[in-house]
Design a protein around this ligand. Sequence first.
Ligand SMILES: [Zn+2]
Length: 324
Amino acid sequence: MGKPGKGIDKDQLYGIIESRNIEKIQFGLEQQFLTWYGSTAYFQLSSRKLGIRDPDGRGSSRDYTSKSPKIRRAGERDEGHCWLETLYVCEYCFKYTDIRSELQQHVHKCPRRLKPLGRLQYRSSELSIRRIHGRKHTLFCQCLCLFTKLFLDNKSMYFKVDHYDFYVAYDTQTNKPMAFFSKDLISFQENNLACILTFPPYQRRGLATLLMDFSYKISQRDGLISGPEQPLSPFGLVSYLKYWSALICHQFVEGELSGESRVSLDDIASATGMRTGDILMTLKSLDCITPDKELSLNVLRRWAKKNSLYKKAFIDDDFVLLDG
Ligand SMILES: [Zn+2]
């Protein structure tokens, strides 16, 4: 790990550290879970105190000043231990502290409890998706990215949020954020998704798949054949292959391609909004390309029958409120 005062090395820029340095998260008043990855981004490295050092020298997004004695100082014994035992995070706005009473006081008056940020882009009785501009709501987006780093093993940025929109999935009834994805405002590759995470308490509900579907709704509205930023993590690839399989099979079973007997990759791209490389990878994973390099429609239809719940991967068009 690079030392402060000797310039910023690349890993330091992304907050990367080999081991977990925050033991667990108290998320709101009721939920607690372990972190998955370490991140130095919450800390000032010289003191390991809570805070963010901004390599550009711009304003810090630190929200609280740490007074906790639980933080281990640099050079202190027990190197294997976490720098911080519990990080207290507001489940509405992702502001953080290492002092329990501060979170307790904050949660009751957090303005995001009653009024989530951003513009509504999707709303059903269970799920709402809101678009939040990084440039406009910088602190919220920075705190969200910091939190994300504890659960994603990638080089996601945490302080330069200006160039991203954040699509956050909320529980419509409680206004609690459950998952999100970020999207580059200007992407030369025309990617429809940069980074995606379902927060630990809300996993295994298919939320990530619904957000992937929503990201394609956006790119299709913009008339783009698109896909996520590459490379995908191994876990991300598994999730995408599941979603892409559903998307392609749906088109063959009851979508635009249902009556076709011969189709090209471009036909599938036009029907699904997927890139041909992603389509080919999905078809190979479904094992539906014959030795003659023909597409076996029977295999696709069998997959759809076997995975009869595949439509759960799709958001309901009736509730989409996409605007420009
Ligand atoms: Zn809050």
